[in-house]
Ligand binder design. Structure first.
Ligand SMILES: Nc1ncnc2c1ncn2[C@@H]1O[C@H](COP(=O)(O)OP(=O)(O)OP(=O)(O)O)[C@@H](O)[C@H]1O
Length: 256
């Protein structure tokens, strides 16, 4: 009989991104294309041109248990596209993404119902995440005080500032325990105190064997929460490693 396989002590892979490409096909209208553009673009329909934006070009990496991975890169480098692909919201054009459980994407754009009060949104968000009314009641006060919006909780969310909305969204999402949590710039709109609280929450998730992806333009938030950083540029993975090292190289490239 073969000896039992010994655990290697390595952390388990949670998300595998294997040579992922994402292409968006968009119809561009309006501006008349230049002669050079006309040569390189396929013209379809009446004056409409179909353009392909190659947002991710063969990205590969493996995220493990307890990783908290910061994703950095200039505007349009493919960060949100990569997160949406991992969350299963944007299809890949080629390559594959395997994940151990369903990742939750927490982004500034995630849906809350603007015409309903904060209170209703907490309840709806809780139900959507599979909590019973009783479980939501138990957590309700903590969610509202974490978001720090006690005075506004009975007002429609239309009346909230973008920072207040982001705080409530983060508080609702963090009611649940996430094995894989993706936070896309949600922290950027909160104030300093809230940012510290939510960063602590991210560290908690990571310490409880979860895996966190954090997209941010704030290198401080990344340094404070991430154990690893991936730098994307024009859809290509440039560097993947220690936060200080990757951020140093990223800044060097920016200064050129
Ligand atoms: N729905 C879409 N349709 C067409 N093109 C898109 C779409 N979403 C993103 N793109 C394009 O894909 C590329 C990558 O965009 P993405 O939003 O992933 O970048 P990002 O790194 O998150 O940028 P930012 O820092 O500005 O948020 C850009 O060129 C963008 O114009």
């Amino acid at each position: 009989m073969p000896p039992p396989v010994k655990p290697t002590g390595d952390r388990a892979p949670v998300v595998i991104v294997d040579d992922v490409h994402v292409e968006y096909k968009v119809f561009a209208t309006g501006k008349r294309p230049s002669a050079a553009d006309r040569k390189s673009l396929k013209l379809r329909g009446r004056g409409k041109q179909m353009r392909t934006v190659h947002a991710l070009k063969g990205v590969s990496f493996t995220a493990k248990q307890n990783d908290s991975i910061g994703i950095i890169g200039t505007n349009g480098s493919g960060k949100s596209t990569l997160m949406r692909a991992i969350a299963g919201l944007t299809p890949t054009s080629s390559g594959a993404i395997y994940s151990q459980s369903r990742p939750s994407l927490l982004g500034v754009g995630a849906a809350l119902l603007k015409d309903l009060s904060g209170e209703r949104n907490v309840i709806l968000g809780g139900l959507a995440m599979g909590f019973t009314m009783e479980e939501i009641e138990e957590r309700y006060d903590e969610v509202v005080s974490f978001a720090g919006i006690e005075k506004f909780i009975d007002l429609p969310m239309r009346a909230y500032s973008s920072g207040m909305t982001a705080r409530l969204k983060f508080a609702i999402a963090s009611m649940a325990t996430h094995e894989i949590l993706i936070v896309d710039e949600a922290l950027a709109v909160g104030d300093r105190k809230f940012r510290q609280r939510s960063e602590a929450r991210i560290r908690d998730i990571r310490d409880n064997a979860g895996t966190v992806f954090l997209v941010s333009h704030s290198m401080q938030s990344i340094k404070d929460t991430c154990s690893r950083v991936i730098w994307l540029d024009q859809g290509t993975l440039i560097m993947d490693g220690d936060p200080d090292e990757v951020i140093r190289e990223y800044h060097k490239a920016q200064d050129k």
